[in-house]
Design a protein around this ligand. Structure first.
Ligand code: URA
Length: 408
């Protein structure tokens, strides 16, 4: 294999053979192709795109770069959901235990926050003691016991994606449809799930800014799932305002717990039930009852306990990562909230310390926003539009400057 020739072909829009793509990925993971050549190839893909066949070959090569889960015969259907990332998106925390109330297994391999979008692992890690590092056999034992685990990617799970993603993050090559499809679907296919639902977001707080872009991405992701025998369905969901009333890791866990206890905000409950109804054999009405009657909450407690988390954290919220500074952001005048920029709120949350600027940054679980009012609501002058949770007065000032909510 002559790597410069492969880069040249992609740069000039000539399709690569599947065998060339798998050889390139295998050599990259083996350390035989340096990052500078892989960056050049990723940039060529960014500008030229890949054909459907090339995308399928890249997805398969990345899936096979590490361990692919093998589930024992005769076990329940395996299901999962993937969101392309949003602001205040805590759906997985509610959905995974809700689905595990059915005769389904939910082997959920999640990620950390990416750019301005939050990550399920960071949220879970705000629960004291919660262990997101499970290997396949620990995961299997937990599925046999309670039907669900929520864990991070281990070193031998899609290592090609791990390396390529980190490279894309620092070479401005993340927003390439072909690379996003291969990245997401290689991980979902390596979970060997039977059914997958994709929550493809569009709007100011999402990677895809327009509905059209989201539709194209959704079609590509779905084709990759279906052609590999996974029943794959998608929902397009707007991300112009945050989901629910909170943004920030511990604040979102609290809202997810309230939802599991039957007191969730309407948009979060409705999206969770829409996604669950696609994967589950139970009707939406039964799923809604499980959020109301404590079944999903009991399952969540079992999940937290199984992964070493301290469930006493949920009994007294004043002790659950209180931020040093909590202050209201008042409405400037009476009116109706006409718009809210989820992208700016996401960036302000990262600035507060809820997300990362570099992959090895640590995050502050306490900071973010709560009590976020919804577009369309009426509000009186001086009433809080939201509450800022910050590590210092200066950080709270900066966050208040950065957010954008329009009241008319
Ligand atoms: N999420 C992923 O896992 N990969 C991408 O490329 C984008 C979002």
């Amino acid at each position: 294999m002559h790597v410069p020739t492969l880069i040249e072909k992609t740069r000039d829009g000539q399709p690569l053979e599947p065998s060339e793509i798998s050889a390139l990925i295998a050599a990259y993971v083996a350390g035989e192709v340096p990052d500078y050549q892989m960056s050049a190839w990723a940039m060529a893909v960014f500008f030229r795109g890949l054909t459907d066949d090339e995308t399928a070959a890249l997805t398969a090569a990345m899936r096979d770069s590490g361990r692919v889960f093998r589930w024992p015969e005769g076990t329940p259907p395996k299901v999962d959901k993937h969101s392309t990332g949003g602001i205040g998106d805590k759906v997985s925390l509610v959905l995974a235990p809700l689905l595990a109330c059915d005769n389904l297994w939910v082997p959920m391999v999640s990620g950390r926050g990416l750019g301005i979008t939050g990550g399920t692992l960071d949220k879970l890690e705000s629960i004291p003691g919660f262990n997101v590092h499970l290997d396949e056999s620990a995961g299997l034992r937990q599925l046999e016991k309670i039907g669900v685990f929520m864990a991070g990617q281990t070193g031998d799970f899609c290592p090609a994606d791990k390396r390529l993603y980190a490279l894309r993050d620092v070479t401005a090559t993340v927003p390439s449809r072909a690379l996003i499809i291969a990245s997401i679907m290689s991980k979902k296919l390596a979970e060997s799930v039977d059914r997958l639902v994709l929550d493809v977001k569009f709007g100011s707080g999402a990677f895809m800014k327009t509905r059209k872009e989201a539709e194209l991405l959704a079609a590509g992701l779905t084709a990759a799932g279906e052609s590999n025998g996974v029943r794959t369905t998608f929902l397009l969901s707007p991300m112009e305002e945050p989901l629910g009333h909170t943004v920030g890791n511990a604040l979102e866990v609290r809202e997810a717990v309230e939802t599991l206890q039957g007191n969730g905000p309407e948009d979060l409950v409705s999206l969770t039930l829409d996604l669950a109804a696609i994967l589950s054999d139970s009707p939406r009405q039964i799923l809604a009852e499980r959020l109301q009657n404590g079944s999903a909450w009991e399952k969540f407690l079992a999940l937290v306990e199984a992964q070493g988390g301290d469930t006493r954290a949920f009994e007294d919220w004043t002790t659950f990562h209180p931020a040093p500074v909590i202050r209201p952001f008042p409405a400037p005048h009476d009116g109706r909230i006409v718009s809210m920029d989820a992208g700016r709120i996401g960036r302000a949350a990262v600035q507060l310390g809820a997300g990362r600027h570099k992959t090895d940054d640590s995050i502050n679980p306490a900071v973010g926003f709560s009590g976020i009012r919804k577009v369309g609501e009426r509000i009186s002058k001086g009433e809080p539009l939201l509450w800022v949770h910050a590590a210092s007065e200066a950080d709270a000032d900066a966050a208040a400057q950065a957010i954008s909510l329009v009241v008319r």
